[in-house]
Design a protein around this ligand. Structure first.
Ligand code: TXA
Ligand code: MG
Length: 337
């Protein structure tokens, strides 16, 4: 038994092959036993996700005194990965628990349902006290994709998860609002010796910071092998229903006359918004961590409030804004349906 009845209940459900809503520092996940194929199938069904889109295995960190030990991280990874490169251990001890997912060569026993039939597996050790507590007591891996229906905005609080699956009787552990607010950075280390680490999905932990930890210079990849399937790399992911416009300096905005508009400003000309019949103006300033924390929150909230347009000033094209820019571009492309 643990200190928390919620965690005890979650553990009982997981043992019974059920899916639960799990808080992490990035976004909420839909978690299930990574070694139970029937439970994993339930995740795909719930999300409406194609079966060839692989899942991330979440693992517990070693005890605090071993957090800096490569050997301890290696032991934690071994049930899931083989031929683990030194780079993975360096990144684990530097950034885990944290918003980083590593793609490694999978261990033999990992189910193809987890990996989408690929020879690689994505692994992350999340940095959220509830997730860590649960994973430690669980003692095995949990697969956990973001807890949204396929293609929709990821949830950043427990209520968002319930809103995504209103007809399901889903138990969600309430761990408060997510601190990071967008999904983890995914880095592929499967052929790191030949190709260097390869960024598959940008996140708030930047590629530069990762390379610094590895003291490596990014190698231009001339790889002609198939690109691993990352659903986050579909062009229209993270999409709100309301049309979303990413506004650069030269973007010509539509006629906003008689329109209800939500505008997240980074300082471009406010004049066109004078025509709108109703305007919600947010000025978040140039702080990428705060921006990411609020991004999905407002996308969901705006989507509930019948705006005609959601308009974002385009953030700077700098490393620390890359993940935000990536999500905004996808949201713009997939929006309006
Ligand atoms: O922050 C996060 O990573 C959240 C929280 C819940 O941990 N999880 C998350 O999971 O974003 P999901 O399933 O929404 O996105 C995982 C991404 C997918 O785009 C998937 O295609 C990719 O990871 N992925 C999983 N396994 C992979 C593999 N073996 N090779 C390449 N990409 C993989
Ligand atoms: Mg997702």
């Amino acid at each position: 038994m643990s200190q928390s009845p919620e965690i005890d209940h979650a553990l009982a459900l997981l043992r019974a092959g059920q899916v639960i809503g799990l808080p992490t520092e990035t976004v909420y996940g839909l978690a299930a036993d990574a070694s139970d194929e029937a439970a994993i199938k339930k995740i795909y069904e719930l999300k409406g996700r194609p079966a060839d889109h692989p899942l991330i295995v979440h693992i517990a960190p070693p005890s605090l005194k071993d957090k800096d030990s490569e050997e301890a991280w290696s032991l934690a990874l071994q049930p899931w990965a083989r031929d683990i490169p030194e780079e993975a251990l360096v990144l684990a001890k530097t950034f885990w628990p944290g918003p980083l997912t590593m793609v490694l060569t999978k261990a033999k026993q990992v189910s193809p349902l987890v990996t989408g039939g690929q020879d690689t597996v994505a692994i992350r050790c999340p940095n959220h006290p509830v997730a860590i507590d649960l994973l430690k007591q669980w003692g095995k891996g949990l697969v956990a994709p973001s807890a949204n229906r396929f293609g929709k905005v990821s949830p950043t609080c427990a209520q968002d998860v319930l809103d995504e699956f209103p007809r399901q009787d889903l138990f969600v552990i309430d761990g408060g609002a997510c601190q990071v607010g967008i999904e983890s950075t995914i880095i592929d280390l499967t052929r790191v010796e030949q190709l260097g680490p390869r960024l598959l999905r940008p996140g708030m932990l930047t590629e530069d910071t990762i390379l610094q930890a590895l003291s490596l210079v990014a190698k231009e990849s001339d790889d002609s092998s198939p690109v691993p399937r990352v659903s986050g790399s579909l062009s229209a992911h993270y999409a709100p229903k309301t049309p979303l416009i990413l506004r650069g300096r030269n973007t010509v905005l539509p006629d906003l006359n008689h329109k209800k508009v939500a505008y997240v400003s980074l300082g471009l000309d406010p004049q066109p918004f004078a025509q709108a019949s109703e305007l919600t103006l947010l000025e978040w300033g140039l702080n990428p961590a705060k921006y990411a924390q609020q991004l999905y929150r407002v996308l969901r909230d705006f989507d509930k409030e019948n705006y005609d347009y959601i308009i974002f000033d385009e953030p700077p094209h700098a490393q620390e804004w890359l993940a935000i820019l990536d999500r905004l571009k996808r949201a713009a492309r997939g929006s309006g349906h």
